[in-house]
Ligand binder design. Structure first.
Ligand code: NAP
Length: 297
């Protein structure tokens, strides 16, 4: 059976991190600047703790300055916003990220609004979203940025391609669509109210699935040869009963991988596709922010 090319996000991300480390070393040597990333974690959500630890470790591995601020789940919104304000003003810090979700008594919108747009390395502020939509230099959300890097690598010139993005969140679907539009694709955004989703997806040369519904996208939705980027993550207990009993999970994407790979020209796996790109792009955004804040770029 024919098999689409496997897009190895893990290898691409490792290569990107190595390039970032070289750039960081140059910034230090030529300009005396060490890019710094601060990550704020509220509470003890296990998945968030893993993400935050990985971010800190990879920031240090790239030669950058890393600060992790851990706050108790009961912290007041005012106290959290005071931490954000301190980091906004700290010259050692060029990127500030508050790990979401935050507890219910804290407004995610208020937290995003408190971030300095110049240090908003997750690209979530209205300023950065507006800059992206207006074609101005912006800090853009890390996961769609990673998807774009993979797409440009595997497809090359995206001009005129029909791209369908499934999902319209501020973090993923909308910025993804803006980036594809900026690359001269013809873009359709589909969502939970879209009619005939399979028919829409069948038109696509490029499919980006960012929904969070395991194996929703089937082989007969895919135009032969299309490039499929699977962003979705659903966690299930590990297959091995002992591992499952120990709380281990496995990740499943939005795309029915085996059957879709038989039709697609190229496809990202889950895990090992888009996921590793997110932190690498966070580091890239922090370097970009450091250069802009220092007047180098
Ligand atoms: P989200 O905010 O929950 O958005 C999901 C989107 O999917 C919404 O726009 C929703 O439409 C749409 N949707 C839901 N059911 C649908 C259906 N049956 N048909 C078509 N569209 C449907 O999630 P998100 O933050 O964008 O994340 C999406 C997925 O990507 C999640 O699984 C998340 O874990 C994953 N993710 C992965 C990474 C990574 O590093 N790999 C990073 C970010 C996110 P409506 O707007 O109409 O409700």
């Amino acid at each position: 059976m024919a098999q689409g090319k496997l897009i190895d996000g893990k290898a691409f991300a490792a290569d990107l991190r190595a390039k970032i480390a070289v750039e960081v070393a140059e910034l230090k040597a030529k300009h005396g600047i060490t890019p710094g990333l601060a990550v704020v974690l509220v509470g003890e959500d296990p998945a968030s703790q893993v993400y935050v630890r990985n971010k800190g470790e990879q920031t240090l591995a790239a030669g950058m300055h890393s600060e992790t601020v851990r706050l108790p789940a009961e912290v007041s919104q005012d106290d959290l916003l005071a931490v954000v304000a301190r980091l906004n003003a700290d010259p050692k810090i060029h990127g500030v990220l508050v790990q979401f979700p935050v507890p219910d008594h804290i407004s995610q919108m208020d937290v995003v609004a408190a971030l300095s747009p110049d240090k908003d390395v997750d690209g979530l502020t209205v300023t950065n979203a507006g800059r992206l939509a207006s074609g101005l230099p912006a800090l853009t959300p890390c996961t769609p940025l990673g998807c774009m890097m993979l797409l440009k690598d595997v497809v090359g010139d995206l001009t005129g391609k029909n791209a369908v993005v499934i999902g319209r969140s501020n973090l993923m679907g909308k910025p993804m669509a803006q980036m594809l539009l900026a690359a001269d694709c013809t873009v359709t955004i589909a969502h939970s109210r879209s009619k005939d989703l399979p028919g829409i997806v069948r038109q696509a040369d490029i499919v980006v699935a960012a929904v969070g519904r395991a194996e929703m996208v089937k082989a007969d939705w895919i135009k032969p040869g299309a490039t499929v980027i699977d962003v979705g993550i659903t966690r299930y207990p590990a297959r091995d009963p002992e591992a499952a009993a120990a709380g281990k999970t496995r990740l499943v994407g939005d795309v029915a991988f085996d059957e879709v790979r038989a039709v697609a020209g190229a496809i990202t796996p889950v895990p090992g596709g888009v996921g590793p790109m997110t932190i690498a792009c966070l580091l890239a955004n922090t370097v970009t922010a450091a250069k802009r804040l220092s007047g180098i770029a």
